[in-house]
Design a binder for this molecule. Structure first.
Ligand code: NCD
Length: 316
């Protein structure tokens, strides 16, 4: 089982084999996480620093738990309170970090590309926990693992990604991953929430949600990212819910065994009806959270294996 990259910055550079390697190892960690004794040794002796320049509940907690379950020393840097407020540049932050000798750095940043830049300046393995509208690779990997569990495969599925695609790094990483694994992807939403150049993504675009959901295997809902909107992208939340909120009537157009996904945090009654989100026969939203811990354990384990190989080579 090997993964040839030094970082996990996005889905874009990964091959289908890389993706399968991460998911296969994550499956072993799903089993470990369900056992009464949840401790592994894969990151023993290593230091993991989490740097979140943007708010996060689920992703940060998931990375922290993943590191602790595998024996790393995990530190969360409170970036809101840090010297960044005092105008320290990202590069200075990187130099400070290098002096602390971390092995794994988990970074979330509001600017697209900031995590790649940091990765060029630090000496450790970097994992992108979301950069601007660019990528959120571990989210796409945990979504893929959830789909593989629920559907028994990760290819030749009809998958609808619905809502605020334009502002969503989750959508971008998912489109890249699901495309590499040879699925048919539909994007559903108002034209104002579709990214420019959508024709190059190899997807079908639907403005009418019922048409877009017809006979799909997977319905992936996205949060309306109000914090990234600087104008009137939607007429009103009520109107948006009427046309694009997932309710029983619209879901009836999907296959009878279609699953419903959402990366969280949800706006109930805006993009999704609360009853659908809580319906354990349709919604896999809690499974996504469970898969998230396992996927992050797998990604950090694979990167740590590469660190060890490089460390041994350097000493020889
Ligand atoms: C997403 C994010 O931050 O990109 N959340 C997450 O990581 N689970 C999606 C969102 O904020 O809507």
């Amino acid at each position: 089982m090997s993964y040839s990259h030094s970082h996990l910055l996005g889905i874009e550079p990964l091959s289908p084999a890389d993706i399968t390697t991460i998911l296969d190892l994550a499956e072993q960690y799903v089993r470990l996480n369900r056992a009464p004794m949840k401790h592994g040794e894969a990151l023993a002796g290593l230091t993991q620093i989490n740097m979140f320049f943007e708010n996060s509940t689920r992703t940060q907690a998931s990375f922290e738990l993943a590191g602790k379950r595998l024996g790393a020393d995990v530190m969360n840097m409170a970036m809101q309170a840090s010297s960044l407020k005092k105008g320290e540049t990202l590069i200075d932050t990187a130099l400070t970090l290098n002096a602390m000798h971390p092995d794994l750095l988990v970074v979330r940043h509001p600017q697209s590309g900031a995590v790649d830049l940091l990765a060029q300046k630090v000496k450790c393995a970097v994992l992108n926990a979301g950069d601007g509208r660019h990528e959120h690779p571990t989210q796409a990997l945990l979504d893929a693992l959830t789909i593989r569990y629920a559907k028994g495969r990760l290819h030749r599925l009809n998958i609808a990604i619905c809502g605020d695609i334009a502002h969503s790094r989750v959508a971008r990483s998912n489109i890249l991953l699901l495309h590499k694994m040879e699925n048919r992807i539909r994007l559903v939403g108002p034209p104002t929430l579709m990214p420019a150049g959508i024709g190059d993504f190899g997807v079908e675009v639907y403005e009418d949600m019922k048409e877009g959901l017809r006979d799909v295997d997977v319905v992936m809902m996205l949060r309306l990212q109000k914090e990234r909107m600087d104008g009137g992208f939607i007429p009103s939340e009520r109107e948006y819910y009427f046309r694009y909120g997932l309710d029983a009537e619209k879901l009836a157009f999907a296959k009878a065994d279609a699953i419903v996904m959402h990366p969280g945090p949800m706006n109930r009654g805006v993009e999704i009806d609360g009853e659908i989100a809580d319906d354990i026969n349709r919604s896999v939203i809690q499974d996504q959270v469970e898969m998230g811990v396992a996927v992050r354990m797998a990604a950090m384990d694979l990167l740590a294996r590469n660190l060890r190989v490089r460390g041994t080579e350097a000493m020889a």
